[in-house]
Write a protein that binds this ligand. Structure first.
Ligand SMILES: Nc1ncnc2c1ncn2[C@@H]1O[C@H](COP(=O)(O)OP(=O)(O)OP(=O)(O)O)[C@@H](O)[C@H]1O
Ligand SMILES: [Mg+2]
Length: 253
């Protein structure tokens, strides 16, 4: 049996009258990349906030790195790093200063050395002494993720890591995420880009109307949706077609 980095069972959350999560269940294996797909407002950020102890659930349990988010939040907080939907980079500081600041906040030994190693690893050495306000969107996003790696936590949460990046920067970001998973880190990401999930994720879950309505590997999801026959040629469905078919099916009920 493989160990689970995240286990979620029967998770529910409402904002006043708005019932956003209506019983969410899923598990994420250690060292894997897990993609949570969902339309705008599906509850992806809400779920990430609960898993990272920023928000309390109403019902259900969530275990992160073996710790319960409700009863052991301090342990949970030491187990992950979060790159939110909007960049947390300080614009006035340089890239290097941003990293050193985070390393100090996290009580990492030799903050300067750690900062320089990360800058090299993520190709930011040349821009290291420039203020972050002069970075392009892609560089800022890269710095943001680099900052979340200070202290190497076992789990990385990324809320829409590539939204707003150009195709080249996205592909570069995918490489970064794959590399982290290869090094044994568990990566949990939300995305609205179906090709991103298709390219990156070991497992994919679709959050729709408050529940995970489908989950599995890409191959498993493809089996839910029989290939369309175009004359004599079999056509494999794209994840986008699967996603829309599943959502459409549920809405049609
Ligand atoms: N603090 C809040 N108070 C009230 N309603 C909220 C709050 N935060 C989120 N919501 C609502 O809950 C629903 C889910 O929001 P959430 O941000 O989790 O969605 P999302 O899947 O992350 O969307 P997006 O793809 O746009 O980031 C939305 O309808 C949103 O308006
Ligand atoms: Mg969101």
């Amino acid at each position: 049996m493989t160990e689970k980095a995240i286990k979620v069972k029967g998770l529910q959350k409402s904002y006043k009258q708005l019932h956003v999560l209506k019983g969410v269940d899923f598990e994420v294996e250690k060292g894997s990349i897990f993609a949570l797909l969902g339309s705008n407002g599906a509850g992806k950020t809400t779920l990430i906030k609960i898993l990272t102890t920023l928000l309390k659930q109403d019902e259900g349990t969530a275990i992160v790195n073996g710790y319960d988010v409700a009863s052991q939040p301090a342990h949970v907080r030491q187990s992950f790093s979060l790159t939110g939907q909007f960049a947390a980079v300080d614009e006035v500081l340089t890239g290097r200063e941003n990293l050193i600041m985070i390393a100090r906040l996290r009580h990492v030994k030799h903050p300067r050395q750690v900062a320089d190693e990360l800058l090299t690893r993520f190709g930011l050495t040349e821009a290291a002494n420039r203020r972050a306000s002069t970075y392009s969107g892609g560089m800022r996003r890269r710095l943001d993720i680099t900052m979340s790696l200070v202290g190497t936590p076992p789990i990385l949460f990324l809320d829409e890591p590539t939204t707003g990046l150009d195709p080249e920067a996205r592909i570069e970001m995918w490489k970064v995420m794959k590399g982290l998973a290869d090094d044994g880190m568990t990566v949990f990401l939300t995305t609205q880009y179906l090709d991103e999930a298709e390219q990156l994720a070991d497992r994919i879950a679709i959050l729709h109307e408050g529940k995970i309505i489908a989950s599995g590997t890409l191959t498993e999801l493809k089996q839910l949706f029989p290939p369309a026959e175009v004359e004599y040629v079999e056509k494999q469905p794209t994840l986008e077609e699967i996603f829309l078919a599943i959502i459409g099916k549920k809405e049609g009920k």
